[in-house]
Design a protein around this ligand. Structure first.
Ligand SMILES: Cc1cc2nc3c(=O)[nH]c(=O)nc-3n(C[C@H](O)[C@H](O)[C@H](O)COP(=O)(O)OP(=O)(O)OC[C@H]3O[C@@H](n4cnc5c(N)ncnc54)[C@H](O)[C@@H]3O)c2cc1C
Length: 305
């Protein structure tokens, strides 16, 4: 079994930054990624809120630059899916392609937005379809938009969007919001927000950019069209944490609990980026976590030896 001082699971912005820092610190480091190096941000047509790029940068290019920079300093990377971390003197990181031994592990496996799975959603991603109000809300100044969902995230997004948009429809399949009472009160007091009850999205309409939604009332079956320039899907997300549930403590939604130094409940295992509880779910936050965890891992290894 190949042995490393640090193994990083996940090659998004958080994992690549952790790998950059551990490699530059001289730690023998391996990053294991199951898909495309760069993580979710490769799907962003344009990233305008990552510092250092005043004209914005495509998510793919940003991710490629992060990958290039990390391997330049000696980070080893492989494509494999991690299925478990086993305890012992050192940790064993289990993959279908073989197992690896690590003194410290940084989990950077991210999370995935739940999709509506309707026509137009994939085709119009980044052209009016978004999963992130903080990332894209600014693009809809004085335009009408819709948020799909009725929980805390949907209402937080709707309130954030009301700072920019002229009107924010909240399309929800029930006849009341699931969000907490304080958020509900705020939403109902904001005149720009208009709930569309008992309704689901059948299709996102648009030729190259979103122009509207085809909606179905779940009680009457009636189909209507809502004209909007943007649709924010806020129906939840799934942390990629199932295979770590035996080794680190998760919260009730599956996010990994950490302290401010990114330490989890297991000594020598750190968690960073979108997979950890209280993450801002932004690239800038993910890279900050990656740097913090790398420094914590360095300290942990020095104290251990
Ligand atoms: C369409 C879109 C647009 C966005 N736009 C912006 C924006 O403009 N600005 C902004 O700040 N943020 C934006 N975000 C959010 C941003 O992409 C995330 O906050 C960021 O990528 C989180 O980084 P991460 O490294 O924590 O996780 P991720 O980027 O999710 O990376 C995790 C990686 O781990 C891998 N992985 C998961 N499980 C395993 C396993 N078991 N074994 C091996 N590998 C595994 C995954 O394949 C993935 O590559 C956007 C997201 C999306 C989807």
């Amino acid at each position: 079994m190949s042995k490393y001082e640090v193994i990083i699971i996940g090659g998004g912005p958080a994992g690549l930054t952790a790998g950059l820092y551990t490699s530059r610190a001289g730690l023998k480091s391996l990053l294991i990624e199951r898909g495309i190096f760069g993580g979710q941000i490769v799907n962003a047509r344009q990233v305008d809120n990552y510092p250092g790029f005043p004209e914005g940068i495509s998510g793919f290019e940003l991710a490629s630059l992060m990958h290039e920079q990390a391997i330049k300093y000696g980070l080893e990377t492989i494509n494999a899916t991690v299925t478990a971390i086993k305890p012992g003197g050192n940790y064993s990181v289990i993959t279908a392609e073989g197992n690896f031994e690590a003194e410290a592990v940084i989990i950077a496996a991210g999370s995935e937005y739940r999709k509506l799975e309707v026509p137009g959603e994939e085709e119009l991603l980044g052209r009016g379809v978004s999963y992130c109000a903080t990332c894209d809300g600014f693009l809809f100044r004085d335009l009408d938009v819709a948020v799909v969902g009725g929980g805390d995230t949907a209402i937080t997004d709707a309130l954030e969007l009301s700072e920019h948009a002229s009107k924010v429809y909240i399309v929800h399949r029930r006849d009341q919001l699931r969000a907490g009472q304080i958020l509900k009160n705020k939403a109902l007091a904001q005149p720009k927000l208009e709930p569309v009850w008992n309704t689901v999205v059948e299709e996102i309409i648009g030729d190259n950019k979103v122009s509207g939604l085809s909606l179905r009332n779940v009680k009457t079956g009636k189909i209507t069209k809502l004209e909007v320039a943007g649709v924010f899907v806020a129906v939840g997300f799934e942390p990629n944490s199932q295979c770590f549930a035996d080794i680190v403590e998760l919260d009730e939604t599956g996010l990994i609990k950490t302290d401010e130094l990114m330490a989890t409940s297991a000594p020598g295992i750190f968690a960073v980026g979108d997979i950890r509880k209280n993450s801002p779910r932004q690239v800038a936050g993910a890279v900050g976590d990656g740097a913090t965890a790398a420094l914590s891992a360095f300290k942990y290894l020095r104290e251990r030896s």
